[in-house]
Design a protein around this ligand. Structure first.
Ligand code: SF4
Length: 328
């Protein structure tokens, strides 16, 4: 079996919490904790979680926009966890990111052509730049190059962000909530584009979202080629469940995944399905982080932090389907 494109072990990131007039450090907030996962070439991995679950921090760690405070990241078998300087800049050509609001990040007055040329300028490879080809790659008209970012619609903005990320032919792109401002047809079309690019270029995509139906758009089995993506569900900085999208969404094993699916399929706020709030990152609970809201919690959950366990249900087990619950 070939080695994975990315292999993450025990990955964690915490942040200093400062307070008072002199901004003294008064504690640490744990945004991501003890995450293990692998990603293959051409794969789509959806990262599902509520605001505050740690999904955006995880994406930034994966593309080395943030340094981890613990654990390791291997890229094509090489440990890249502590790379810096020129080595990190070289690695960044292979790891790209897109943003939820591209116009806000790139500047609403900037021309689309300028935004697309930027990666080539940064790498000193302007001669290789072909704005028209980049726009066509994401199914956009070449005329768009003359517009400003403020003049394009949300679907076009996401595609421009993707085209910019594709410019240097990376092997991994992390997309932060790309579907949040798109309508249903646009989401289906954008998701199909990612699958098509994954198949043709072998680029891998890690995509954050807070919606279960977005995961279905992104990662469910593609009827045209049978390709299916995976999903990992995050809660309070840790993985709650991971597996093929169909297995996780149709046979969820973790109580949190079940609550998310139940709430969103009925269009109800999660607070109507689960009592309480997501724990603060500065005061994460001992034991299972979900025990303060879990409808199935028992005394043991307060003192035991469950690791990921293979899910074996009554039917045929799905390979790689794991959940962090003592009852799995
Ligand atoms: S370990 Fe306990 S608290 Fe955590 S998800 Fe399982 S039942 Fe719920």
């Amino acid at each position: 079996m070939s080695s994975p494109l990315v292999e993450v072990t025990g990955l964690g990131r915490d942040f200093k919490v400062r307070a008072g007039r002199f901004q003294r450090v008064v504690g640490r907030a744990s945004a991501v904790d003890s995450v293990d996962l692998t990603l293959g070439s051409g794969e789509i991995l959806a990262v599902l979680g509520e605001p505050g679950s740690g999904k955006t921090t995880l994406l930034r760690l994966l593309v080395r926009l943030l340094d981890p405070t613990e654990g390791s990241i291997r890229f094509r078998g090489t440990d890249v966890t502590r790379l810096s300087g020129r080595d990190l800049r070289t690695l960044r050509c292979h790891l790209q990111v897109t943003f939820q609001d591209p116009a806000a990040v790139f500047g609403s007055l900037r021309l689309v052509s300028e935004v697309l040329l930027e990666p080539f300028v940064a790498q000193g490879e302007l001669a290789a730049a072909d704005v028209t080809a980049l726009l066509r790659r994401v199914d956009l008209d070449a005329d768009l190059a003359a517009k400003t970012m403020g003049e394009v619609n949300p679907d076009e903005a996401q595609r421009i962000g993707l085209a910019r990320a594709l410019a240097l032919e990376p092997e991994l792109i992390a997309l932060d909530e790309p579907l949040a401002s798109l309508d249903k047809l646009q989401r289906i079309s954008f998701s199909a584009l990612l699958r098509e690019l994954g198949g043709s270029t072998r680029t891998s995509f890690v995509v954050s979202t807070h919606r279960v139906d977005h995961v279905r758009d992104l990662a469910n089995r593609d009827p045209s080629n049978g390709v299916e993506g995976r999903v990992c569900v995050m809660y309070s900085g840790r993985l709650a469940e991971i597996g093929m999208a169909g297995a996780v969404l149709d046979q969820p094993a973790h109580p949190y995944t079940r609550a998310l699916i139940s709430a969103q399929s009925g269009s109800r706020p999660l607070t109507e399905t689960l009592e309480g709030d997501v724990p603060s990152a500065v005061a994460t609970p001992e034991g299972c982080r979900f025990h303060t809201r879990c409808p199935d919690a028992v005394q043991r959950c307060v003192g035991e932090q469950p690791g990921m366990r293979l899910v074996s249900g009554p039917g045929e087990a799905s390979p790689g389907h794991e959940a962090a619950c003592i009852f799995v």
